[in-house]
Design a protein around this ligand. Structure first.
Ligand code: NAD
Ligand code: UD1
Length: 350
C-alpha cells in the first residue's frame, strides 16, 4: 500500500485532537513522528495510542520538543524526510490569552513561523493546520460557510486569524506549497476504547470537559453562561463534532494534499446545532448522572448560534461526520468513568 511509506510530522500530537488523529493515522498505515512540549498534555497519551494501534504502534515516534526550538526541529528534519506536517501545537485557552497575550503570540505565532522556516529549508511544503470556527466571530447568519468574513474577539482567536493569513501569504509567494486550513467547530467525545480522551490542565474552559468533571464528582455544578439567547431554550448553540470524525477529517485532508490545491480552507463540523441544555441532557442520558446547573450571565466574547456549512468538505474532501451527540456523550462518559482524573493518576510528574 502506497500510504505505508508516508511519514507525517504531527506537532502537538500528544494533545486531545492530536492523539486521536495520530491513532487514526497509524491505523491508516501512515508513520507518525510527534513533537510536543507536553505543556498541556501527557506522554501517557502517546503510550496509549501506541498500544491502541497494535502492530502499527511501531510506526510512532515521540520527541519532547518545543516548536520554537529551531535547532531541535532542524535536527529532526535533517534525520527524517517528512511527506507532510499536521500542525496542532498551540495554546488554546481563551481567557488565559486575554490575560497573557504575549505568551499566546509568542507560542502560537513564533512556533508556526519557526516550523514553516524549517519546513521550507528542507523542501517539505505540505501542511494541514488546526484553525477554528472562532475566526467567524459572531456570525450574521448560519450555517457558516468558508467565505464568511473573518474576525476575532480575543488574542487566541487572533493567533488563528494571523496564522491563516501567514499561510495565504506563503502560498502567494511560493506556489509549491500545499496548505489546508481546517476550521474545527466544537470537538468532543473520545476514542470508543475509553483509553484516550481530553484531559485539560486546570479548570476546563469548554463545556464538555467541565460537564465530565461534574459527572465524576470533581466539581459541584455546571455554570450555564446565559439563558437569554434567541435559541430553542435560551442557551448557546454550537456544532459539536466527535473527535474521531475530526481526526478522520485530517486523513481526508492529507489525501487532498496530493491534488493541486494551493491554500484551501475547510470547515470540519456536523452542520447541526445543539444547545447547552440539550448537550447536558444527552450526557445525563449517556452517563446516568445528574448534572446540577447554576444559571449565570453570558460569558464575554460568546456568540449565540454557530454551526458549520459542511458542503465544501463533503464535496472536496469526500468527508462527512458520522457520529451524533449521543455517541459523543457515550464515548466521553466511557473515557471519563475509566479515567476520572485523566492521565494524572498514572502520571507522577504532575
Ligand atoms: P491540546 O492543548 O490538547 O493540544 C495541543 C498540544 O500542543 C498540547 O499537547 C501542547 O502540549 C502542545 N503544544 C503547545 N505549544 C507547544 C509548543 N510551543 N511546542 C510544542 N508543543 C506545544 O489542544 P487540542 O484541543 O488538541 O487542540 C489542538 C489544536 O486545535 C490547537 O491548535 C487548538 O487551538 C485547535 N483547536 C482546538 C479546538 C478545541 O475545542 N479543542 C477548537 C478549534 C481549534
Ligand atoms: C470556545 C472559545 C473559542 C474556541 C472554542 C474551542 C470562548 C469565548 N470561545 O468556544 O474561541 O475556539 O471554545 O476551544 O471562550 N458553556 C457553559 N458553561 C461552561 C462552558 C461553556 O454554559 O462552563 C457554554 C458556552 O457559553 C457556549 C457552549 O457552552 O454556549 C460551548 O462553549 P465552549 O465549549 O467553551 O465552546 P465555544 O463557546 O464554542
Amino acid at each position: 500500500m502506497v500510504m505505508a511509506t508516508k511519514n507525517i510530522l504531527v506537532t502537538g500530537g500528544a494533545g486531545y485532537i492530536g492523539s486521536h488523529t495520530v491513532l487514526q493515522l497509524l491505523l491508516g498505515g501512515f508513520k507518525a513522528v510527534v513533537v510536543d512540549n507536553l505543556d498541556n498534555s501527557s506522554e501517557i497519551a502517546i503510550q496509549r495510542v501506541k498500544e491502541l494501534a497494535g502492530e502499527y504502534g511501531n510506526n510512532l515516534r515521540f520527541h519532547k520538543v518545543d516548536l520554537r526550538d529551531k535547532p531541535a526541529l532542524e535536527q529532526l528534519f535533517a534525520s527524517t524526510p517528512f511527506d507532510a506536517v499536521i500542525h496542532f501545537a498551540g495554546l488554546k485557552a481563551v481567557g488565559e490569552s486575554v490575560q497573557k497575550p504575549l505568551l499566546y503570540y509568542n507560542n502560537n505565532i513564533i512556533g508556526t513561523i519557526t516550523l514553516l522556516e524549517v519546513m521550507a529549508a528542507h523542501g517539505c511544503k505540505k501542511l494541514v493546520f488546526s484553525s477554528s470556527a472562532t475566526v467567524y466571530g459572531w456570525p450574521k447568519e448560519v450555517p457558516c460557510t468558508e467565505e464568511f468574513p473573518l474576525s476575532a474577539t480575543n488574542p487566541y482567536g487572533r493567533t488563528k486569524l494571523f496564522i491563516e493569513e501567514i499561510f495565504r501569504d506563503i502560498y502567494r509567494s511560493d506556489s509549491e506549497w500545499k496548505i489546508i486550513l481546517l476550521r474545527y467547530f466544537n470537538p468532543v467525545g473520545a476514542h470508543s476504547s475509553g483509553y484516550i480522551g481530553e484531559d485539560p490542565h486546570g479548570i476546563p474552559n469548554n463545556l464538555m470537559p467541565f460537564v465530565q468533571q461534574v459527572a465524576v464528582g470533581r466539581r459541584p455544578a455546571l455554570t450555564v453562561f446565559g439563558n437569554d439567547y434567541n435559541t430553542v431554550d435560551g442557551t448557546g448553540v454550537r456544532d459539536y463534532i466527535h473527535v474521531i470524525d475530526l481526526a478522520d477529517g485530517h486523513i481526508a485532508a492529507l489525501c487532498k494534499l496530493n491534488d493541486s490545491i494551493g491554500c484551501e480552507v475547510y470547515n470540519l463540523g456536523t452542520g447541526k446545532g445543539t444547545s447547552v441544555l440539550e448537550m447536558v441532557a444527552a450526557f445525563e442520558k449517556a452517563s446516568g448522572k445528574k448534572i446540577p446547573l447554576v444559571m449565570a450571565g453570558r460569558r464575554p466574547g460568546d456568540c449565540e448560534i454557530v454551526y458549520a456549512s459542511t458542503e465544501k468538505a463533503e464535496r472536496e474532501l469526500d468527508w462527512k461526520a458520522k457520529y451524533g451527540i449521543d455517541e459523543m456523550c457515550r464515548d466521553q462518559w466511557n473515557w471519563a468513568s475509566k479515567n476520572p482524573y485523566g492521565y494524572e493518576a498514572q502520571d507522577s510528574s504532575k
